[in-house]
Design a protein. Structure first.
Lengths: 728, 165
């Protein structure tokens, strides 16, 4: 049986609140936790496949046209089974939700580090050594690599030109007109991209590390020119994604091509350097922000014009102003997004594309405006919350931004801070406080899941959705346990098998709401069947602790069922996606200490208050938020892809040179959730949380640096040199 | 090269390409894939194992350099049905998300606690004369060789603190 639901109007039934099991929202530990902490969770490269050979990818050291592979020196090395390169190889990964092959072929080398061949040998050591012997012949010179030196393309769908911003700026009582820059970022998931390909006749099994199997299976099949029915992808554990594993990537195709050629399985693991070069980066940005307000701090104009970059032919453009469109008012608006087509490595989704870098900058500008207007930064934001979308006449679904600001200010002791920049010292440390808002668009995607209530009173949830550390195994189990009245440990969740019903994939923070809704819908179908068996109405049915209760009777499900009940639930986003502005909101408050002599910034404490609809599991949701806040610290202080100005290549292509935060960089983080139900978001009343905790966080840190030192750093990250230069 | 290791209490006799790292010997030859490869350059700590009582990055050392050594990997610390106190604390405090850095974090923390018990100071230790008290700062400093991109640091410190007490 299949049961479908389209989100065409707000679901005000709030069914989960009416259930009796009491597990939804609870901070339950992950059922997959014991496997992860004991090293028995199996990641992509870790399947013991009989006869698997090892492949090592070969990078192009410059761009141009590949005229010869120069494979001879590699082929004669001990243990080498073959050197593979074909028109099927990918230039770069598929963009998220592409559902088809990305640009393919190895002849045109579009960026330094493009992977053009695979050397396969009996052992990893043999393949690695042989790969170094390849003598690629590349002719010609490449194109531009500086995003500010080419004429960019405008993204029409992001362009808003409303009223007269120039006039509003001239007439403003207070204004800000500044250009900010943010550095490119690497997702740097801890598990490098890896795949083992194994053919059985014309059928391919791929053990991989991917976020969206529902799309990845089509991307894989399209890349290889085979039917999707002939590909089977398994990704039950994914060692981090953050967007970097949204689309099928180079190692999968290379492994499949080589395995087909050799007639034996091939395992390919990218080196860390290959991940940095070959996998999507977040584009650097240049953002021109203009804010105009009246004497009371009410915005009259807002401009946010951004420049990002990508390779030619890549459809993705870092959507910098995504939340700017709706977060604050101001009737005169000028918002745009330009893409420079250059030959740095491919740009794509890295955690919270858009808001990750757009929100900190907007919130820096708001901090500057608050100072110019002499209004508290929290108050300034509260004065600028529009009644409806300032560019389109549509209402907000549920927006608890003001509540987040107020609760955060209260808990942090915001009112007690020193307000004079540079005015608070502890020895050689300057102490500062800053805040910023959080906003992240909420969206859902098509999702299906199969729920089986077994005769013994246990249940199984199956979907090709993934858990990339987000807690999918946990929250889908909680939704099913709540809806079916089962103890949490009676529900088994099976993920990461492409043959199961199509989930939404993990990306855009839509996984829990979309996949969870499909589980919810399936469970509603199971409940209907139980009602039929009992001869009662849904309204009279209570399911709890494995029993069905109606009237004065209480029947164990295991007594009631003479066969398994299996329902596939299908969820589709509908009219509420367009009829409401849907977003998660939050507020960050941060204390930093900045060294007077070195310019070093240490984050001392940080609070995030969030409203993201129903929280499905307080523990895993909190983990998402502390992760996001830590990314904010990295964005603010250390993370920066450095490109060689001559050829655009990523100079700092590993974890020694690209500085993600380490343990000592992060204080004990404080996370608070505001109770909320967003009926327009999905039948669970939940909104995305995987990215929200990051969207603006860096802005709070940089605003705190200003409060500590009096230095406005407008180029991320706020490294020591920039702070010191500003102080001089 | 002939190399004898004692891994998690069991003797292993290996005949390896001398270029084989201890990490790849564990993962490819002994099929102990609990030890993870995150960077292969000693930058991330995912491959941390305990050799003769000390934590090391197993990617930065060749297996043949460890003839006769005793190696403890994550599989030797506990099993899903019989977790060590630290492993259980990581589950309770959600000291991970994707789980990929987790074995390295736990091996590192296991050896780190022993180092602290033995009185080893760290760069943030104020008093070098007594056994260091494991404050949040001490734990964070001593665990800063183990990257976690999911950024469970705050929870990792909570988990280790609980066991350290």
């Amino acid at each position: 049986m299949t049961r479908s639901f389209t989100m065409d109007k707000p679901d005000e039934r709030r069914r989960l609140d009416a259930m009796a099991q009491g597990v939804i929202g609870k901070p339950l530990s992950r059922p997959d936790g014991p496997l992860k902490v004991s090293g028995t969770a199996t990641y992509a490269a870790e399947y013991d496949i009989e006869g698997a050979a090892h492949g090592v990818l070969v990078r192009a050291p410059r761009f141009g046209t590949l005229t010869a592979l120069g494979r001879e020196a590699a082929e004669v090395m001990p243990g080498v089974l073959g050197v593979f390169s074909s028109d099927e190889f990918l230039r770069n990964p598929a963009q998220g939700t592409a559902d088809e092959a990305p640009v393919q072929g190895t002849r045109d080398i579009a960026y330094v580090g493009q992977q053009v061949a695979l050397v396969v040998a009996e052992t990893f050591e043999q393949a690695r050594d042989a790969a170094y012997r390849m003598e690629l012949e590349i002719e010609g010179t490449g194109g531009a690599v500086d995003p500010e030196a080419v004429e960019p393309e405008r993204q029409d769908d992001e362009t808003v030109d409303q009223g007269d911003l120039d006039a509003a700026m001239r007439a403003a009582a207070h204004s800000v007109d500044q250009v900010y820059r943010t550095a490119g970022h690497a997702a740097a998931a801890m598990e490098p991209h890896a795949a083992i390909a194994s053919w059985d006749g014309g059928k391919l099994t791929l053990y991989g590390s991917y976020q969206m199997l529902n799309f990845n299976k089509n991307e894989l099949a399209d890349s290889l020119g085979i039917d999707v029915e002939d590909v089977h992808i398994l990704s039950p554990f994914v060692g981090g994604g953050f967007g970097s594993k949204l689309g099928i990537s180079q190692e999968a195709i290379a492994a499949a091509v080589a395995a087909r050629g050799l007639g034996r399985p091939v395992s390919v693991v990218m080196t860390r350097q290959q991940v940095f070069e070959g996998i999507m980066r977040r584009s650097e940005t240049r953002q021109h922000v203009r804010l105009a307000c009246d004497e009371n701090g009410v915005l009259t104009g807002l401009g946010h014009e951004s420049l990002v970059s990508n390779l030619p032919d890549e459809p993705f453009a870092e959507p910098v102003p995504q939340s700017t469109h709706f977060l604050y008012g101001g009737e005169n608006r000028k918002i745009s997004l330009d893409v420079a087509r250059i030959h740095r490595p491919a740009a794509g989704s890295v955690r919270a594309p858009g808001e990750a870098v757009g929100m900190p900058v907007l919130e820096n500008a708001m901090d500057e405006l608050a100072e110019a207007a002499g209004i508290d930064p929290v108050e300034l934001r509260k004065r600028n919350l529009p009644d409806c979308h300032p560019e389109e006449d549509i209402p907000y679904s549920s927006r608890k931004y003001a509540e987040c600001l107020e609760e955060g200010a209260k808990r942090f002791g915001w009112a007690d801070r020193n307000r004079t920049p540079g005015g608070l010292r502890e020895g050689e440390w300057l102490i500062g406080h800053g805040m910023a808002g959080a906003s992240r668009v909420n969206q859902t995607g098509e999702a299906a899941a199969r729920v089986t209530l077994h005769r013994d009173g246990s249940a199984t949830v199956a979907t090709n959705m993934t858990d990339i550390g987000t807690g999918t195994y946990t929250v889908l189990g909680q939704i099913a346990a709540e809806m079916l009245g089962l103890p949490f440990d009676k529900v088994r969740v099976e993920l990461g098998d492409s043959k199961d019903p199509d989930g939404p994939g993990s990306g855009g923070s839509w996984g829990a709401s979309s996949s969870g809704s499909s589980v919810f819908i399936a469970c509603e179908g199971v409940r209907e069947k139980i009602c039929e068996a009992l001869g009662c109405d849904e309204g009279d049915l209570t399911l709890k602790d494995g029993d069905a209760i109606h009237g004065n009777t209480r029947t164990p499900l295991s007594d009631l069922l003479d066969a398994d009940i299996e329902v596939e639930g299908k969820y589709e986003p509908g009219d509420t996606a367009e009829a409401y502005v849907q977003a998660g909101y939050g507020a960050y408050f941060c204390e930093v200490a900045v060294n007077r002599f070195t310019g070093e910034t240490r984050v001392r404490r940080m609070l995030g208050v969030y409203a993201a609809g129903r929280i499905l599991n307080e523990k895993t949701a909190r983990s998402q938020c502390i992760g996001g806040m830590t990314w904010g610290i990295g964005t603010a202080l250390t993370e920066e892809l450095a490109h060689d100005p001559r050829d655009g290549h990523i100079v700092n292509h590993d974890l020694a040179e690209y500085h993600v935060p380490v343990n000592l960089d992060v204080p004990a983080l404080d996370v608070v959730f505001i109770k909320e139900r967003d009926d327009a978001a999905c039948p669970l009343q939940s909104k995305g949380i995987g990215e929200l905790g990051f969207c603006g966080a860096a802005g709070a840190v940089v605003n705190a640096i200003y409060n500590a030192t009096g230095v406005r750093v407008r180029s991320y990250p706020a490294t020591l040199d920039k702070v010191i230069a500003g102080a001089a | 090269m002939q190399t004898r290791l004692t891994v998690n209490g069991e003797e292993a006799a290996l005949d390896l390409d001398p270029r084989t790292t201890l990490l790849d010997a564990l993962r490819h030859h002994l099929k102990l894939t609990g030890t993870k490869k995150g960077c292969d350059h000693g930058q991330c700590g995912a491959c941390t194992v305990i050799v003769n009582g000390r934590r090391i990055n197993s990617c930065l050392t060749l297996a043949c350099m460890h003839d006769g050594d005793a190696v403890t990997t994550i599989e030797g610390l506990g099993t899903p049905g019989d977790l060590s106190a630290l492993q259980q604390a990581f589950v309770d405090h959600d000291g991970y998300q994707c789980g990929y850095c987790t074995p390295g974090q736990i091996c590192s923390a296991t050896a780190m606690l022993a180092e602290a018990r033995d009185g080893w100071p760290s760069v943030v230790t104020d008093d070098l004369t007594g056994a260091p008290a494991l404050s949040r700062e001490e734990i964070s400093e001593r665990m800063s060789g183990n990257l976690c991109r999911c950024a469970a640091y705050s929870n990792i410190v909570d988990a280790i603190s609980e066991v350290a007490e």
